[in-house]
Write a new protein. Structure first.
Length: 254
């Protein structure tokens, strides 16, 4: 136990919180300009996207996540009556945790913001686009278009998922510091934030015989809407961020 704590402390000191621990092979380029469609729609695209997601990916991922991760989803009742657009946020601790969050939302469409590098992987880039992945632009000149399209999507009732920790740290069991972007969107569009916490548990029964890593539980917490005074949008977003962070931190420590 003592050695594990020492290892965690060293890890936290060495790693920059913005750095992914896992680095993917990214040989391709992604050209993003002011005309790039972040939220792609249209009848043909929607048909193939829904066919791939609900017809193939959804049923396969239910089985895969159950077998590999023993996935349990708690708190679905907290989004049952969601009638507006929303921002969802979670800790980022598994390569496939976006698939788990998608399963947690069921038939509700979710768009997943992701690092631009994910769109530089052969074949994967086309697949994740159909599965509603949205690349986050790195150039300031492209961010205005990005913000505008996501604002429109939220106002039209879409759900957009952010990883406010930014980087992927596999099987990390604490909540790390948040970036502000997701909460800026929530304040600007007056939509709720849905906190989702990914936690780990020891395998039980026959699974503990052949399973070395822990199983996964997804907890959907109650949506949080900012109810304070709007001194200005930046301060309001910071307060909302802190409220969501503390709510998730409390949940993970129960």
């Amino acid at each position: 136990m003592k050695e594990q704590l020492i290892k965690e402390n060293i890890q936290e000191k060495i790693l920059n919180e913005d750095d992914d621990i896992i680095h993917m092979y990214e040989p391709l380029e992604l050209n993003i300009d002011e005309k790039y469609q972040y939220i792609k729609e249209g009848k043909i695209f929607s048909f193939f996207s829904n066919l791939l997601y609900y017809g193939l990916a959804f049923p396969v991922l239910i089985i895969l996540n159950k077998i590999v991760y023993g996935l349990k989803i708690e708190g679905k009742e907290n989004i049952k009556n969601l009638q507006t657009g929303a921002i969802s946020v979670s800790n980022h601790v598994l390569i496939l945790d976006c698939t788990m969050i998608g399963l947690a939302f069921g038939l509700k469409k979710v768009y997943f913001t992701t690092r631009k590098g994910s769109f530089k992987i052969p074949f994967v880039r086309k697949l994740i686009k159909l599965l509603r992945a949205v690349p986050i632009p790195t150039k300031i000149s492209n961010k205005e278009c990005f913000v505008k399209q996501l604002d429109t999507a939220l106002q039209n009732g879409k759900i957009i998922h952010f990883y406010p920790e930014k980087a992927l740290w596999p099987y990390y069991e604490k909540i790390r510091n948040f970036k502000s972007g997701a909460f800026d969107f929530a304040i600007r569009n007056n939509v709720p934030v849905i906190p989702i916490v990914i936690t780990f548990r020891n395998p039980k029964g026959i699974r503990k015989i052949f399973k070395k890593k822990k199983d996964v539980t997804i907890k959907i917490l109650e949506p949080i809407t900012y109810k304070g005074k709007y001194e200005n949008k930046k301060d309001s977003a910071e307060k909302l961020k802190e409220q969501v962070y503390q709510t998730m931190q409390k949940s993970i420590n129960i």
